[in-house]
Design a protein around this ligand. Structure first.
Ligand code: SF4
Length: 776
């Protein structure tokens, strides 16, 4: 593979032995063995599923079977390799250095390496006679292999099938790649709009490419040739094609690596100046019996002192039991219906005139809010049939993500804002409520109350790390149900301090803690504490815990988990009020709203009744494209049998309303202002006074159509055209124009309009204007 004269560092004493490199990534383990001419003579690639020690032993045993018990010179690399190196005394080489070594030696023409791993991604820029410039992903693992894994499991397909689907796409749709949990919502939304799985898979790959280019290049020119490395590029051909397409690369700009998934392990094998020379059997023994025991670090106080403490707390935990009533015990048959249709679950509550619960329903939405709501209401119908009872549904209300859709489909009376529903329910439990924390599967809201009125509302926007699915995903990945995971968390003696971080990154921290001898109980408790820390300090960004006041009410499915409930009490040092149906609070609050409205307005309900569900929820869908602006949104139009219409996929309400049509057509002031600002003729006043030849030699000045130019363009236009200088504006913003400039964005944390500037400057360069004028 490599010429012998490249092996400057290898002494004659080890000339006969083989050189091995083990790369322990966050999800996979690789071994590469090269001979003295740096030819690859043995390799293996496997997932370790957190069984790091066992997997490395298996890899070395495989090599031993292949070569016999010979002496090799070994080095370890990879994000999970440092701990093993410390415990076994096998030398470590940083994986970026290892990859860079291979590229410098084997592919000298390469200027950029793009490497995507299980939970990390990196770009290395190579310069002649200079140390390579290295960029790695920071606080978000959005565009990595684990992210793609999550998206494939959402479509219920293997990675191979996901890759195949992406190869047959027709259209790319926007998918958030900054956060795995948000991307989940985008994908679920696309699924419910019946967007093809082919389009979804390709859109996920496009999102990964844009995220990687955007966050890692940070202003650097991605120079050619480019080499792609890491498992996802090796096994997902369509991902590689997407990068090649998005970076507009031709074949000669791409260097195909012989073993892209093995680059760091080969790098560790060939950088063997100070590798450990030992027989395979001795190396295996080292792995099995580490010389340095890793001591437990970063531990927190337990959630409960002992079993008795837990038992006593459990007795008082549910501070409010929602009153229930049997249908045959009701004084009248009047009933009020509340539906909460959120991104992942559907909840329904039916209450009587005294707010007593008659019926409740909770189920996964499975990407189809209408079907899910229908199923829940059908359960109520069957219950009535079974009990030979009848109810008069007086008023109905719906909250949540699917509010407009469900309201149109079922002809409900009110669609209300979630916070109002949650506040209604919280007030019912504690009149003096000062803080409501609602943690659902993927969203979270905090309501700050002062003197009985909502003072401030905070929602999670760009991160879902403190939400319920965060802990569910981890519990499941460690082989526990949510309930069992909660149970073991309460028994933990020394919860691991996992800090506050992105869902995908938390994986690495969990693995590190497991290597540091934390038990699964400690991990479960540590994760529960992290959910609360993430919620309060990372997502809601509380500066001071006293902002919550003394009357805290919690809601949302996450608080079914006693460990999360207890963690909030410990952190705030306050009694936290939780009902016995925390996940139903949105639906219960909506039912209370319907009841209160009926008392005030006494209107006839629009709801046609439980026996009309089948015909009510029949609908047809049509895909249309809005040409209202350069976003060209793909719209799904739902037409229901009740003649109601619902639009989804529109980024604005310019043409598509779900809240009823306005009677009088208004003026589009945005359009009016836009034309007033930019539709300007070049003034010839000054040009008239000068010789034609002089004017034609003046440079054309380009101005990007961004930021303060939306205010000041008339001034600059007047100034330049009065001087006889022609101006050229960049084209109006489009997604394609924005994405073209992403490679030169210096930091991912700058705002969208600032990132957009890069696309506009790029556009002016393409227009070949003489100068760019961009007053800041
Ligand atoms: S829905 Fe709004 S944002 Fe989307 S294309 Fe139409 S006008 Fe533009």
């Amino acid at each position: 593979m490599f010429k012998e004269d490249n092996l400057n560092n290898i002494g004659s004493s080890i000339n006969k032995i083989l050189y091995a490199g083990i790369d322990l990534g966050s999800t996979t383990a690789k071994i590469a063995i090269v001979d003295q001419n740096q030819n690859l003579v043995f390799s293996r690639y496997t997932r370790h599923n957190t069984r790091v020690k066992e997997t490395v032993t298996e890899l070395l045993n495989d090599a031993k079977k292949h070569f016999g018990d010979i002496t090799v010179s070994l080095k370890i690399t990879g994000s999970a390799g440092m701990g093993m190196s410390e415990s076994t005394g096998i030398p470590f080489v940083q994986e970026v250095i290892a990859s860079a070594t291979v590229v410098s030696k084997k592919y000298p023409e390469v200027k950029t390496l793009i490497d995507i791993g299980g939970e990390d991604s990196k770009m290395i820029f190579f310069h002649e006679n200079k140390t390579p410039d290295i960029r790695m992903n920071g606080s978000c693992a959005g565009g990595t292999g684990a992210f793609i894994d999550q998206m494939a499991s959402l479509l219920n397909v293997s990675l191979e099938e996901f890759n195949e689907l992406a190869g047959n796409y027709k259209r790319i749709h926007p998918v958030a790649s900054r956060c795995g949990v948000f991307a989940k919502t985008d994908v679920q939304n696309l699924l419910s709009r019946k967007v093809s799985r082919e389009d979804i898979a390709a859109s996920v790959f496009h999102a990964v490419a844009i995220q990687t280019i955007n966050t890692l290049a940070r202003g650097y020119d991605i120079k050619h040739k480019i080499i792609f490395a890491g498992g996802p590029f090796t096994f997902l051909s369509e991902l590689l094609k997407t990068f090649i397409k998005d970076l507009k690369l031709s074949n000669e700009n791409v260097q195909i690596a012989e073993n892209p998934a093995l680059l760091p392990s080969i790098g560790a094998a060939i950088s063997q100046k100070d590798g450990l020379n030992e027989q395979f059997s001795k190396l295996i023994n080292r792995i099995k019996n580490p010389i340095n025991k890793i001591v437990a670090k970063n531990r927190l106080d337990p959630l409960f002192k002992d079993e008795q403490d837990l038992a006593e707390w459990n007795k008082k935990r549910i501070s409010f039991k929602v009153p229930r009533i049997k249908i045959d015990e009701m004084s009248s048959n009047k009933c009020y219906l509340g539906i909460d249709s959120d991104s992942t679950t559907t909840k329904i509550c039916a209450i009587d005139e005294n707010k007593k619960l008659i019926f409740s329903y909770y189920a996964n939405t499975k990407g189809n809010p209408i079907e899910s709501a229908k199923k829940g209401l059908n359960e109520l119908r069957l219950k009535l049939e079974h009990e030979k009872q009848q109810l008069e549904i007086v008023q109905t209300a719906v909250v949540g993500y699917g509010e407009d859709l469900i309201k149109s489909a079922l002809n409900l009376d009110y669609g209300i804002v979630e916070t109002i529903a949650h506040f209604n329910a919280a007030k019912y439990f504690d009149e003096k409520v000062s803080f409501v924390l609602d943690i659902g599967g993927q969203d979270m809201k905090a309501i700050f109350v002062e003197n009985g009125l909502i003072n401030r509302i905070e929602l999670n926007e760009s991160c879902s790390a403190g939400c319920g699915s965060f802990i569910e995903t981890f519990g499941n990945s460690l082989g526990y149900t949510v309930q069992d995971f909660a149970k073991i968390a309460c028994n933990a003696s020394a919860p691991a301090d996992l800090g506050t971080r992105c869902t995908v990154f938390m994986n690495s921290k969990v693995k590190q803690s497991l290597r540091e001898n934390a038990t699964t109980d400690d991990i479960a408790a540590g994760l529960s504490i992290s959910v609360i820390k993430n919620a309060l300090f990372k997502v809601l960004k509380l500066k001071n815990i006293s902002e919550t006041g003394d009357h805290i009410v919690v809601q949302g499915g996450a608080f079914r988990n006693p460990a999360i409930h207890r963690a909030l009490e410990q952190m705030t040092d306050k009694k936290v009020i939780c009902s016995d149906i925390p996940e139903q609070m949105g639906a219960y609050g909506a039912a209370i709203f319907a009841l209160e409205k009926s008392l005030i307005e006494n209107k006839q309900t629009l709801f046609k009744g439980l026996d009309k569900l089948e015909s009510l929820t029949e609908y047809t869908t049509k895909e249309i494209q809005c040409k209202g602006c350069e976003n060209y949104c793909n719209i799904s139009k739902f037409t229901f049998s009740n003649k109601n219409k619902f639009f989804s996929g529109n980024k604005c309400e310019k043409y598509f309303f779900n809240k009823g049509n306005s009677v009088t057509k208004g003026e589009n002031l945005f359009d009016f202002k836009y034309k007033l600002l930019f539709e300007r003729e070049f003034s010839l006043k000054t040009e008239d006074r000068r010789p034609k030849t002089e004017v034609s030699q003046l440079p054309i000045i380009g101005i990007p159509r961004v930021l303060n130019i939306y205010e000041n363009y008339p001034f600059w236009h007047t100034l330049f055209s009065s001087c006889g200088i022609k101006l050229e504006l960049s084209d109006p913003s489009t997604v394609a124009l924005y994405e073209k400039g992403l490679g030169s964005v210096m930091s991912d944390s700058i705002c969208f309009p600032a990132k957009n500037v890069h696309g506009h400057i790029n556009n002016l360069i393409e227009k070949k204007i003489d100068r760019i004028f961009f007053p800041m």
